[in-house]
Design a protein around this ligand. Structure first.
Ligand code: BMA
Length: 365
């Protein structure tokens, strides 16, 4: 009975956007179907730069250490709203489009985040000025401005095309980490109802006003304690395709056991919700900055994933040396301490990089 019900439900599952393009529907179905075959490995900004290099055709820190490209590529639209030619991490939007097309042709998955500026103050996404969400909602003083920003997002999404003229599907994850309070859309700066409204407004506007139908939508918290906590700001099953959370290991390697336990526990809750709601579970961001542990990949991360069948896990960006003494990277580069272990991790039977991903024909072609 339970299995029958489940099959029945998945047979009718469809993306939040009822007019989603064929390739987008295929991606939605395939992401569900391939669960259990393995977890796809992703990396933010992978083809654009790595530690010690920028914009060298074909380069990728993941490829240079694991021996193959990732299966999922993360990109970021922050500052597209102000017509900047490059995003907040200096990635040129025109290059980003080319990288996205390349990855799509290889059969990989694209996911896009948006650290959009604060529409009320014009400052960054990290400016939590009181009243921003209220101002952005319909009837608010910045709603018009916000729709002009969405027009630019729509233009970007609609510029992504494959060889047959089809739109390239993208997993869009706006308002990520919404249960934290570091962004203007965060927990302490609006009510659950307000952020749900903003999420729904954004999606409806892109679909109805801009005819964008190549997006799957990700609802994405930071770390969370309970299912209730996770769902507090969930906009509803009709607005979400992928459910995920972001988690980073902090501190020294003595925290390994704690990280494994928390990630494992959170993934269990996520998979339970995904089964009930017929959504695709994913680890939407993860990492241990500078990976200061030679066996972190097989001894920590693989253990955290071992009991799970999420669709993918996205490592955050290899920014390298930033201003001051700061260094930021989440996958190894050639010669880095954890590189040999990362290679071993990439060969585990439940982990999918580029080669296995492309066999799965995620877009139905
Ligand atoms: C953060 C850091 C920042 C970056 C931001 C948006 O986690 O990587 O350097 O600007 O994400 O991509």
């Amino acid at each position: 009975m339970a299995i029958g019900l489940l099959l029945q439900r998945s047979a009718f599952a469809q993306p939040a956007d009822k007019q989603a393009t064929r390739e987008t529907i295929n991606l939605f179905n395939q992401l569900q179907k391939q669960r259990g075959k393995g977890i796809m490995f992703g990396h933010q900004d992978d083809l654009a730069y790595g530690v010690g290099w920028k914009y060298v055709a074909g380069r990728s820190d993941v490829k240079e250490t694991a021996g193959q490209y990732p299966a999922v590529y993360g990109w970021e639209l922050g500052r597209i709203e102000i017509d900047a030619p490059v995003n907040l991490d200096s990635v040129p939007f025109d290059k980003m489009k080319q990288f996205i097309a390349q990855a799509y042709e290889r059969g990989s998955v694209i996911t896009i985040s948006w650290h959009l500026n604060n529409p009320l103050t014009g400052k960054s996404a990290w400016d939590p000025a009181p009243g921003t969400v209220t101002a952005v909602l319909p009837g608010g003083e910045k709603n018009n401005l916000y729709t002009t920003w969405l027009d630019k997002v729509a233009a970007f999404m609609l510029s992504l095309k494959g060889k047959h003229g089809e739109y390239i599907p993208v997993i869009f994850r706006p308002f990520h980490e919404l249960n934290g309070s570091w962004f203007w859309w965060g927990k302490n700066h609006c009510t659950p109802e307000e952020i749900k409204q903003l999420y729904r407004f954004t999606e409806k506007y892109l679909q109805a006003n801009k005819s964008v139908h190549n997006l799957l939508y990700a609802y994405n918290t930071d770390r969370f304690a309970t299912i209730n906590d996770y769902l507090e700001r969930y906009p509803g099953d009709d607005f979400v395709d992928v459910i995920g959370f972001d988690i980073y290991q902090k501190g020294d390697i003595l925290q390994n056991t704690k990280f494994i336990a928390e990630t494992d526990r959170s993934l269990t809750m996520l998979e339970k919700m995904a089964a009930e709601k017929n959504k695709i579970p994913a680890l939407t961001e993860f990492g241990y900055n500078t990976v200061p542990d030679a066996t972190w990949w097989t001894n920590v991360f693989a253990k955290a994933l071992s009991r799970h069948t999420i669709a993918y896990a996205l490592a955050w960006r290899n920014a390298g040396h930033k201003s001051g003494d700061e260094t930021e990277f989440y996958v190894p580069y050639k010669g880095q301490l954890s590189a040999p272990d990362f290679k071993r991790f990439s060969l585990l039977p439940n982990i999918i990089f580029d080669k296995k991903a492309n066999r799965n024909k995620l877009y139905g072609r």
